[in-house]
Design a protein around this ligand. Structure first.
Ligand code: GTP
Ligand code: MG
Length: 221
């Protein structure tokens, strides 16, 4: 699958600030105050602040990670959860290869909105976009109103990967991005195999890889 993924980038990039093999555009979406900005800051800067500064419109950060020996440049867009910015933020869905759809385990309303956010993805992005459902603030167990089981059930129902996380305590933040990069790479390899008429056994093997989800993921909190 490494070979297939490589050919998708048409020979990689020149050196300098274009120093990467692939670039993935990712978006973090979900209701206001669920912790999207905090999650991004934890991942990119390893910082956290308890002050709430609601995002205006949209912002992004860049982080380069390694997948095997390949440099993957992640362009991560942090969207405003507030309804009034919806027209602006949905304009950025186009071309996104992956979404982190976040709710707050202490906020029922944010969980109830997950289905609507999924519809937004279906409406404004392309069909191959990969999505990870994230229940954030799992450090706040005393205030929890959404159980890990309900989160996992919804994820299964919507065929999404699922994690509970804490931007504050740095729980599963890196794991979410790693999973997203992995499933995007699998999807790329799979669609390349479909295009190639000379694929036999290999195509079958890759399909099995991408369609086989682990039965029910362990709750990580
Ligand atoms: P919008 O920009 O309005 O869409 O909100 P947002 O989703 O970006 O939320 P933000 O990251 O600004 O976080 C909202 C509040 O939740 C802030 O006060 C954060 O400090 C807090 N917060 C974020 N993540 C966590 C977490 O994992 N645990 C706890 N305890 N608090 C968190
Ligand atoms: Mg924000």
């Amino acid at each position: 699958s490494d070979m297939a993924v490589q050919s998708a980038t048409a020979g990689g990039q020149p050196s300098g600030d274009q120093n990467f093999d692939y670039m993935f555009k990712l978006l973090i979406i979900g209701n206001s105050s669920v912790g999207k900005t905090s999650f991004l800051f934890r991942y990119c800067d390893d910082s956290f602040t308890s002050a709430f500064v609601s995002t205006v419109g949209i912002d992004f950060k860049v982080k380069t990670v390694f997948k095997g020996d390949k440099r993957v440049k992640l362009q991560i867009w942090d969207t405003a959860g507030q309804e009034r910015y919806r027209t602006i933020t949905t304009a950025y869905y186009r071309g996104a290869m992956g979404f982190i759809l976040m709710y707050d385990i202490t906020n029922e309303e944010s969980f109830n909105s997950v289905q609507d956010w999924c519809t937004q993805i279906k409406t404004y992005s392309w069909e191959n976009a990969q999505v990870v459902l994230v229940g954030n603030k799992c450090d706040m167990d005393a205030e929890r109103v959404v159980s890990c089981d309900r989160g996992r059930q919804l994820a299964d129902q919507l065929s999404l990967e699922f994690f509970e996380t804490s931007a504050k305590e740095n729980i599963n933040v890196k794991a979410v991005f790693e999973k997203l990069v992995e499933i995007i790479c699998n999807k790329m390899a799979e669609s390349l195999d479909k295009q190639d008429p000379n694929q036999g056994v290999k195509g079958t093997k890759l399909d099995a890889n991408t369609t086989q989800k682990p039965p029910s993921q362990q709750c990580n909190c």
